[in-house]
Design a protein. Structure first.
Length: 523
């Protein structure tokens, strides 16, 4: 007789089988995405023990990855024991951001109480750590938790905003009051608009249709088994829904495209969404508190990112605007673009307040700030004097202990362009030309040389402000073997390398992938 588990029983069994935590949510994910078969009926869900064994035995990632990437892969630095909710804890998930590292990696090297491998202690409470490629502020946030002061620098004005919103103290009662006011005004603004009712009716129709023709997880399981020609099947139903969609659009008089498409906001949002975005933006401008206004700006930015007129699969890498229903391979059903921001604004506002409150409980009495500037030549002390005098005085007194940072990779990401919607709406100055290793510069030999020179310039400039016995940690995927050259050019030596697997990537490519943490000291 087949041995069946409930989802909770399966999580307990899998935890013992793998020797690491497997939650009921992990098991539910395997069922929903067709990795294991759903058993049972009448609302009861079971999984077979043998199905789990078959799945886990073919999914021994450590063995497979070490064969592909080398036996020197440090699996302890994979942090595979952490759930997704832990790697995106509290303010780390205030806003999507490509290319950030997980907080556990930062914590491993900054936390003086971590004793893995009986390693050396590099940073202690009260020290100052520098991140000259601050990005979304992961180093600053973890430093705040650990009682370490921190200075970040980023060429992107929007990245600087995200980082500072995460670490600055804000009056949450006043913030919630402002959110309530804006939400109420937005509700009044949309009350007479046809787009809200249109979206509600369309959503109800799609839910009924998808439940009938794309039931989850049965549809995905059958598609994976090749029980039918899924391309023909999805194309047929996509056409049926599209016909109905156009009928409803005409009925409600919905205008799909704006009259112009010169700017990002013109091209990537349907007209009703654009109108709501502009309305909320105007309300935010009226808020007197700079700190609260900055938080509201991040909430709106997160909202409009989710409301762009594109498929779910292309949300991170925009291809072409989509203003109709479509078959979504990511979700295995018919999906639609968004026609109002109301629910997303409310969802992200609630989530932001919750995450800021969680982080408030973990804060220490230390100073953190991200400076908007060019790390190759910025005068850190002079800028701190202008923006954070207590941290400036501390930096003069004891200097910066060291660096923990993840520099950009060669030709991988355009850091300004990934948030083009925010630059367009909020009017931030773009400094794309000063990005080091930006995607638009590609990966030619010249691009690699320019990258190496840029990183070395940053390190040379940073050394002016570092303590004599500094430690520098740079997280990089050095596929072009540039870091030995960078170290030599900056008069540094690589004293250690930690090669770690990167497991939880958001990109479509889920293949074996590693990065190296280079530990550098003065020659």
């Amino acid at each position: 007789m087949e041995n069946l588990f409930t989802i909770k029983e399966a999580s307990v069994w899998a935890t013992n089988f793998l020797g690491k935590s497997v939650t009921p949510s992990n098991i539910a994910y395997l069922i929903n995405y067709g990795r294991v078969n759903k058993r049972g009926e009448n609302g009861n869900t079971y999984v077979a023990k043998q199905d789990l064994i078959d799945y886990y035995e073919t999914y021994q990632r450590e063995t497979v990855w070490k064969k592909q990437l080398g036996a020197d892969l440090n699996w302890a630095l994979s942090f595979e024991q952490y759930k997704e909710s832990e790697t995106t804890k509290h303010v780390h998930r205030l806003h999507p951001y490509k290319g950030k590292f997980i907080p556990q990696l930062v914590e491993y090297f900054l936390d003086s109480h971590t004793d893995n491998f009986k390693r050396e202690v590099f940073f202690r409470p009260g020290d100052i750590v520098l991140d000259p490629f601050c990005g979304s502020g992961t180093t600053l946030v973890q430093a705040t938790e650990l009682g370490i002061n921190a200075v970040g620098i980023d060429i992107s004005a929007f990245n600087t905003l995200i980082s500072n919103v995460k670490v600055k103290k804000v009056n949450l009662v006043e913030l919630q009051s402002c959110i309530n006011d804006i939400s109420q005004w937005l509700g009044t603004f949309t009350a007479e608009q046809s787009n809200v009712e249109f979206e509600l009716k369309l959503t109800e129709y799609l839910n009924r249709y998808n439940n009938k023709y794309f039931p989850s997880p049965e549809f995905k399981i059958r598609a994976r088994r090749k029980d039918f020609d899924d391309k023909t099947y999805t194309a047929e139903h996509e056409a049926i829904v599209l016909k109905k969609y156009h009928e409803v659009v005409e009925l409600y008089g919905i205008k799909l495209k704006q009259n112009k498409s010169e700017r990002f906001l013109d091209k990537w949002f349907v007209e009703s969404v654009r109108e709501e975005i502009d309305f909320v933006s105007e309300q935010i401008k009226r808020v007197k508190s700079v700190e609260i206004r900055d938080v509201l700006t991040v909430i709106l930015s997160r909202t409009i990112r989710s409301c762009r007129a594109t498929t779910h699969a292309d949300l991170a890498t925009l291809v072409e605007p989509v203003t109709t229903t479509y078959y979504c391979a990511k979700h295995g059903k018919i999906c639609k673009p968004l026609f109002t921001i109301v629910s997303w604004w409310e969802r992200y506002a609630t989530d932001t307040v919750k995450r800021l409150a969680e982080f408030d409980k973990l804060r220490t009495d230390t100073e953190q700030i991200c400076l908007n500037g060019d790390s190759t030549n910025i005068d850190i002390l002079a800028e701190l004097e202008k923006q954070n005098k207590p941290l400036a005085e501390l930096a003069k007194k004891q200097k910066i202990r060291g660096i923990f940072s993840s520099p950009p990779y060669v030709g991988l990401i355009d850091y300004h362009e990934q948030h083009a919607y925010a630059y367009d709406l909020f009017g931030f100055e773009r400094r794309d030309a000063q990005e080091i290793g930006a995607m638009h510069k590609k990966q030619s030999k010249q691009a690699q040389a320019d990258y190496a020179a840029g990183i070395a310039d940053v390190l040379r400039n940073a050394r002016k402000f570092l303590a004599e016995d500094f430690d520098i940690f740079l997280v990089a995927n050095d596929k072009y073997n540039l870091y030995p050259q960078i170290a030599e050019s900056a008069n540094l030596q690589i004293v250690n390398q930690y090669k770690r697997p990167v497991l939880n990537r958001t990109e479509k490519d889920k293949g074996a992938y590693s990065e190296i943490i280079f530990h550098l000291r003065k020659v």
